[in-house]
Design a protein around this ligand. Structure first.
Ligand code: MN
Length: 282
């Protein structure tokens, strides 16, 4: 409780309704720095990495009137989490990036804080990549991730971005329960035969008037369902990295250069919660 109370006070408030488009909302990057560079280029950004060791830097330039928004899960599984963070931090330093944390980022922060965490689900790779990074960069990354708002309510209330999703009555609020939904989505509290949490398709039951853009669940293609859009298209598993341009609602993707990690579940939305109202379509 003490820890949660502390981190809550460090986090930025989710109400960003004053932030309007154009926004380029980017799905789960998971350490795929080359694909992030390619996607940013396709969206009209400059995004370069140069130098080595402690001198390694990112140079970014944002197209006029645009801003990047990351749905979280910047790290784990992919080949270059430090470079992904260099790009995101460079954009954020110029006020040109907003970001929400994913469940992988939250666990990575605990590792950066020196806490006991299991090096599983790709965190082993991120930890290895950060072993050769300097203390100043690690501190910069940790501070950035600790302060991220648990979700973002944007554009006059018309848009929300949350890692795993959000319900309408949670918008603009930050409690432990809301934080858990934003990070993990709707879960049953049980584990499946692979030891992974059982997930439900919360978006099938969404009836809100605010568009919700999220990631967390790799899908083959980004498709709108009841005003929600999952833009995790499984780049680290050999899929693609996807962005949504808002308010244009244009979907932009680049293919993964390789399958960097084995996928343990097939791509696609989880089952609808037992007893849920029938799917209405949109
Ligand atoms: Mn993810």
């Amino acid at each position: 409780m003490t820890h949660d109370a502390k981190t809550t006070s460090q986090r930025e408030h989710p109400d960003h309704r004053h932030v309007a488009g154009g926004l380029d909302i980017i799905g789960d990057v998971h350490g795929c720095a080359a694909e992030l560079q390619a996607l940013l280029h396709k969206l009209g950004y400059e995004a370069r990495l140069f130098g080595s060791g402690e001198g390694r830097r990112a140079h970014v330039r944002t197209p006029p009137g645009r801003r990047a928004v990351f749905v979280g899960d910047l790290v784990d599984r992919g080949p270059a989490a430090p470079d992904v963070l260099r790009l995101v931090l460079a954009l954020a330093a110029e006020g040109q990036a907003l970001c929400v944390p994913g469940n992988h980022d939250v666990k990575f922060v605990r590792w950066l804080q020196g806490r006991q965490v299991k090096l599983t689900h790709g965190l082993d790779r991120t930890a290895h990549q950060f072993e050769s990074e300097g203390a100043a960069f690690r501190t910069h990354v940790r501070t950035f991730l600790e302060r991220l708002p648990i979700h973002l309510w944007l554009d006059g209330g018309r848009l929300a971005v949350a890692h795993a999703g959000i319900k309408e009555d949670m918008l603009g609020r930050d409690t432990d329960k809301i934080r858990s939904f934003c990070l993990y989505g709707e879960t049953s509290g049980e584990q499946d035969e692979l030891g992974l949490p059982v997930r439900y398709h919360w978006a099938a039951e969404y009836r809100g008037g605010t568009a919700v853009v999220y990631g967390h669940t790799p899908v083959p293609d980004a498709d709108w369902i009841n005003g929600t859009l999952c833009i995790d298209t499984g780049c680290c598993f050999g899929g693609k990295l996807t962005a949504l341009r808002w308010p244009e609602r244009e979907i932009v993707s680049v293919p993964a250069g390789a399958a960097y990690a084995p996928s343990r579940r097939p791509f696609g939305h989880p089952p609808v919660r037992p007893g849920a109202a029938p799917f209405a379509g949109s």
